[in-house]
Design a protein around this ligand. Sequence first.
Ligand code: CTP
Length: 395
Amino acid sequence: MQTIKHIVLGITGGIAAYKAAELTRLLVKQGITVQVVMTDAACQFITPITMQALSGRTVHHKMWDASIANGMPHIVLSREADAILVAPASADFIAKLVHGKADDLLSTLCLARDCTLLVAPAMNKQMWESPATQRNVAQLLRDGVMILGPDSGVQACGETGLGRMLEPEALFAELLSSLNAELPARPLAGKRVLITAGPTVEKIDPVRAITNFSAGKMGYSIAEAAIEMGAEVTLVSGPTHLTAPSLAEVIAVESGAEMLDAVMANISHQDIFISVAAVADYRVANPSTEKIKKSNASLNIELVPNEDILAKVAGLQNAPFCVGFAAESENLLAYAEEKRKRKNIPLIVANLASEALGADESTLTLLDDKGTHPLAKTSKAKSARTLLSHIAKML
Ligand code: CTP
């Protein structure tokens, strides 16, 4: 049995597109990553914004997408997927699949796929029963495409018969049984996890600030992976350009003091605290309420230490399981272990400062009472999953 972790959900133009929204919610809730790809016609029925909010990922519908690293979304999107499900699949789209047409992103990635393709037809009963559609469906079955449904009942057009798309719950069950798949393991089911991420911003005056180069990628990847593994996630985030996972509760903060307040206000019921944020060690003692004017004299700004959020949480009477990060430019393991002891936490994650700030990949080393556990260099998404599995075992 394969574990199904990542689905490309293709949506074509049809009134049943609204059911794709509920299906996405069900899949995401079970820890499955859903990458939505829509045709132009689908966008007439449901908006990409709705699907982005539900899936927590950018929705693709353009063939020429400069945001995809090598400019080839039709290859990249299907290579990541365990399967492609087109739901709803219109009569027109089914005909296109039969002929191997590739005139938009969804049809092109179906043709370029190296994974299973499943299709959930949705159309008027006459369209479904027409010899052309029946011939097309028979050909798709011969090509190894799996057909889920359709169902029968009252249709949007008022007629009754075969052609309705399966309801989201039924489609979800059919998807799993057709793929002979099981859901991803959810070792953090029922656990509450609070994660800090991103930089902090310490104001000097109304237009200037001290901050750092953290982009928040590691913290956001951990939040996404924790949700996949079944956790309820609160993400306390400094300013970033990232999209937070839709199922996380997000608290946006700017300064270290605000981050401390947000963490302390939400820590009492948490099982795990993962402190990924690059919290400024110092803040400006007396930020000016007016813009500081230029002069020829040198400017001295007094900095005072920010409280250490992680050490404070670890010192609480009913402290959650605390995990820290140590980004170092030298003596990586020695400094990390010293921080683990000083902050009195069971687990610290050491990484190179150069990889901690904005890079897409990381080479982490986990340090706990049993010693050091080096992980291979890989994407932050994969590192996040390995880290959380390690945490789940330590709980
Ligand atoms: N941290 C925190 N609050 C702070 C400073 C750091 O919660 N005010 C947390 C970070 O989120 C991280 C860990 O402490 O999980 C280590 O942070 P790091 O900046 O590497 O270490 P510092 O303790 O600040 O020490 P130094 O800057 O000297 O390396």
